[in-house]
Design a binder for this molecule. Structure first.
Ligand code: ASP
Length: 349
């Protein structure tokens, strides 16, 4: 009888224990599901920037304005179609940036600016907000589409950033298109370099307002149907930069950041200030830790901290609810947005 009693006690204890641990497992699963579940998930959205700077109506002809707007619209169409067919935010960001990199209009890929020594050194980065993975390349001279190399670093290497010759060899092995450095030559950018060098020597002081003072980097943020965010940025850097100079664009947290739990950000502007201000992450951190809406977070950084430091430029940001901002403290920023159920919008000033 005593034996039966103790047996029943042990059995009851075991049942309790299993029940408890099953409950724990169940809770864990529920928690994970909750983390994946998005409260008020927003409509699929794609936001693009094509650089910020002294972009004013008087500095542009109607044809120039139209050419920029058309290219941004074309890029948005490509990226948004990917989101509409159920593709990932990551794919949408990458393909949109490739279109802009292949255009000579923007300071990324084909239209990159020159270093002081007359070369093109390109930087790019990508971040997947669904799992906080990221990839970047810096100072590359022969990779046709640096954003594809950034993705390859993220997905096919244990690293986040590769630079120079190592990045180029990695891209070649990853099967990406390699071009002769002369592919990146455009007369317009070369003339910009010549003017900058002349002016440095105390020359005529002539500037082309449209090409010499604007930054021209490209960046994209996207929200897909699964509620995942991604951000990417690509650039030739700054006109007349020292060779070897690396800006904010390939630096995660400065030029690019994405986290489903806060927002996706891509920056454009004075890279040195964006690096020191950790601008993209600063905005995301305000959203995550202070509970700010992205509008307030972006405004306070771009018109507050960044400006107080002396930095100019802008950002695009997007959260999981589909809220987006295109904020800048310069005269203009090439930018556009498409959100499900709404008309595409493209602006410069
Ligand atoms: N932020 C870029 C850099 O400093 C320039 C730009 O945005 O146009 O390299």
């Amino acid at each position: 009888m005593r034996k039966l009693k103790s047996f029943l006690l042990v059995l009851a204890f075991l049942i309790c224990l299993t029940g408890h641990s099953t409950g724990q497992v169940q809770n864990h699963i529920n928690n994970e599901q909750n983390q994946g579940q998005i409260q008020n998930q927003g409509p699929i959205t794609l936001v693009v920037h094509g650089g910020a700077g002294t972009l004013t109506k008087k500095n542009m002809t109607n044809e120039q304005e139209q050419a920029y707007k058309n290219k941004i619209a074309e890029a948005i169409d490509i990226g948004f179609a990917i989101l509409e067919s159920g593709g990932t935010a990551l794919d949408a960001v990458i393909h949109t940036i490739v279109i802009l990199e292949n255009s000579p209009l923007f300071n990324a890929g084909k239209g990159a600016v020159f270093t002081h020594t007359g070369e093109n050194e390109l930087d790019a980065s990508i971040m997947d907000g669904s799992n906080i993975t990221a990839g970047a390349v810096a100072g590359v001279k022969t990779i046709k589409n640096p954003i594809l190399a950034a993705r390859a670093v993220m997905e096919q290497s244990p690293h986040v950033m590769l630079s120079g010759a190592g990045a180029e060899e990695f891209a070649l092995k990853a099967g990406l298109e390699i071009v002769d450095p002369s592919y990146f030559y455009t007369e317009r950018r070369y003339k910009s370099l010549q003017r900058a060098i002349e002016n440095e020597k105390g020359g005529s002081g002539q500037v082309d307002e449209l090409y010499d003072h604007k930054f021209g980097t490209v960046g994209v943020v996207a929200l897909d149907a699964d509620g995942n965010l991604a951000a990417g940025t690509s650039t030739g850097g700054t006109n007349n930069k020292k060779f070897g100079r690396i800006g904010d664009s390939p630096i995660i947290g400065a030029g690019t950041y994405a986290d489903n739990n806060s927002c996706a950000v891509s920056s454009t502007g004075d890279g040195e200030y964006y690096i020191r201000g950790v601008v993209a992450y600063d905005i995301a951190a305000r959203v995550k830790y202070l509970g700010l809406e992205i509008e307030e977070a972006a405004e306070s950084v771009i018109h507050g901290q960044l400006k107080e430091m002396g930095g100019s430029g802008g950002v695009i940001c997007l959260d999981q609810k589909g809220n987006y901002v295109m904020e800048f403290n310069t005269e203009g920023m090439y930018r556009g947005v498409k959100q499900k159920g709404k008309k595409m919008e493209v602006y410069i000033y």
